[in-house]
Design a protein around this ligand. Structure first.
Ligand SMILES: [Zn+2]
Length: 426
């Protein structure tokens, strides 16, 4: 068992040998109890632990998943669990959607409601004099978490760090400003905004205007590019907490920032690392993304708070990187072939990647678009006519909360996939 303040990790041994490696997962220690949230997909069949019978043992489930139990043990318990995996694609995870989780003293993680509202994940760190929030989210996402922060602390929210320029991470900036915070980002975020937010910079309508057609929360707010910028890094340190805002190069975008907490060994990655099938690759570069993740891995983080999907251990960073390595290997087999041949082989490529258990959870609806992106990076021509576009539309619908098609939620209007066709703000 490793320890970093009160965030630790334990190793789960898969007695069915379906998990290739021992998978460390983070645990959260509070007073006299230890919360262990098991990887999604695990069922508890064998638990070599006395507290299974004790009254303090608690077993509950994440609301949106029947296979993501959490357990509470007494702190003195021996934390060696022998579990049986019932699912071949484990997702290292902790926490639940829309719930603020304290992951270290004064450090919180909040998994956003991606399915329902297109929200990204957030984090916040309570310093002696102020609160630093990780990620601006959509306006409705910012409004979702501000009361949660205020319920925990009366320190003013002073800074909102955009991990990148995408709408679900930066369009909430105006809301943060109205609540007293300054939006902070790597300079690359401004470069990206100048590229895509042409409406704001005096040109033709850009992504904000497109998104505003489909989201009431965006329509009711306005674009606020970050005003406090860093080139190399920016450090917040009050002697107790230290947060380093970093940048390691191109990944998901050309301006990906990371928030690194060296004392707690917690890394907030934005969408440079996600935990699930959420990789939008349109604004990035897969080859450089792999290098950027390699640099991030050198930090030695033990807890990864991804841009989307549940929080996990260091392995999430490994798996995210492996996904791109394997994807590129797979697409490389078809380099030099005609686009239609590559397109026709997407099913095979998908099957090949799904065989790699640690990365299978990254393979999802956007796979065709991901293959196309890598193929184009390797010198190929875009697919014709539209197969990847269908995936892109799905991507965008997903981002903007397609599940709200009935339009019941005042914060996000129903989505029209046709309108989203040319829109690329994820
Ligand atoms: Zn993004």
């Amino acid at each position: 068992m490793r320890t970093a303040n009160n965030v630790q990790s334990i190793e789960i041994t898969d007695s069915n040998h379906q998990i290739p490696n021992k998978s460390p997962i983070p645990i959260v220690q509070t007073d006299d109890q230890v919360l262990v949230r098991l990887p999604r997909g695990f069922s508890l069949q064998q638990l070599g632990h006395d507290s299974r019978k004790s009254a303090r043992f608690r077993f509950d489930r994440e609301e949106d998943s029947l296979e993501s139990p959490a357990m509470t043990f007494s702190n003195s318990s021996i934390l060696v669990l022998f579990l049986t995996a019932s699912c071949s694609t484990p997702v290292l995870c902790i926490g639940e959607v829309n719930k603020a989780e304290q992951i270290a003293p004064g450090v919180y993680f909040h998994e956003g409601d991606l399915k329902g509202h297109g929200h990204c994940n957030n984090g916040w760190i309570i310093f002696e004099d102020y609160v630093l929030v990780v990620d601006g989210n959509f306006p409705s996402g910012a409004l979702e978490i501000i009361p949660k922060i205020k319920a925990i602390t009366d320190k003013p929210i002073r800074f909102a760090f955009d991990t990148h320029h995408h709408g679900d991470h930066a369009y909430g900036n105006q809301v943060w400003v109205e609540n007293g915070a300054v939006p902070v980002a790597h300079t690359g975020v401004i470069d990206e905004m100048k590229k895509y937010e042409t409406g704001y910079y005096g040109g033709k309508p850009g992504r904000w205007e497109d998104t505003a057609k489909n989201r009431l929360d965006v329509a009711a707010s306005k674009l606020k590019p970050p005003t406090l910028l860093y080139n190399k890094d920016m450090i917040f340190d009050d002697g107790k907490h230290r947060v380093e805002l970093l940048h390691f190069g191109v990944a998901h975008t050309h301006g990906d920032g990371f928030a690194w907490l060296p004392k707690e060994k917690i890394l907030f990655t934005g969408d440079a690392c996600v935990n699930g099938p959420y990789n939008y690759m349109g604004d990035g570069d897969s080859k450089q993304w792999i290098k950027t993740l390699a640099a991030a891995k050198k930090l030695g983080a033990q807890t990864i708070c991804p841009g989307h999907g549940p929080m996990g251990a260091a392995q999430v960073l490994d798996d995210q990187q492996s996904f791109f390595v394997e994807l590129r290997k797979e697409v490389k087999k078809y380099a030099g072939r005609k686009p239609e041949e590559v397109m026709a082989a997407v099913g095979e490529s998908k099957a090949a990647l799904l065989k790699h258990k640690p990365i299978a959870r990254y393979v999802g609806d956007f796979f065709t678009a991901q293959v196309e992106k890598v193929y184009v990076e390797m010198g190929g021509k875009p697919f014709q006519p539209q197969s990847a576009l269908i995936d892109l539309r799905k991507q965008h619908a997903h981002e903007h909360g397609k599940e709200l098609v009935k339009g019941e939620d005042p914060r996000s209007k129903p989505q029209d996939p046709e309108k989203l066709q040319h829109q690329s703000s994820k």
